[in-house]
Write a protein that binds this ligand. Structure first.
Ligand SMILES: [Cu+2]
Length: 159
């Protein structure tokens, strides 16, 4: 009579393996937003998952905006860039995911007067497995946000 019980155990193990196991441990770096353009503003930040389990960013919200959406910018074969909304952004174990204009980013819809260069506001990030995290976002010039690592030479090759 042992055989039926061992057969019943197998599907459960498969289900557990499908969850990925492990525990995510997220570290959210400093966040910056661009001054609004055409009623929208992009947020740049880095999230590092130092744990051994995968996680995902599933939502974001800020009092300073009507909504905050998870977007990705994609360039088609003709070189046209379009933005698409995602249900979630994966945060794999052991990896740093960078949100920034031109790639994966957070998009604030209808930002209010707090979102001006020199100002700050709070954004709350919600995750699939980890607890929600609220971070302060500094509002900067669009160019500073687009090229956070750029030097003056990069911005003006003729200089
Ligand atoms: Cu966008």
């Amino acid at each position: 009579m042992r055989r039926p019980s061992s057969l019943l155990t197998l599907p459960l193990l498969v289900v557990l393996a499908g969850c990925g196991g492990g525990t995510p441990q997220l570290d959210v770096g400093s966040a910056q937003a661009a001054e609004p353009v055409s009623g929208a503003s992009q947020i740049a930040l880095e999230i590092t998952n130092d744990g051994d389990g995968d996680d995902a960013l599933v939502a974001a919200e800020a009092d300073a905006a009507l909504a905050v959406e998870i977007h990705i910018t994609e360039v088609d074969d003709d070189g046209r860039a379009t933005m698409r909304e995602l249900d979630e952004a994966e945060l794999p174990a052991g990896e740093t995911v960078r949100f920034r204009p031109g790639g994966l980013h957070l998009m604030m819809i209808a930002p209010d007067d707090d979102v001006q260069v020199g100002g700050t506001f709070a954004v709350t990030l919600e995750f699939d497995r980890s607890d929600a995290v609220t971070v302060d976002v500094e509002v900067v010039d669009l160019l500073d946000l687009a090229e956070p690592d750029a030097t003056e030479e990069d911005l003006d090759p003729d200089a």
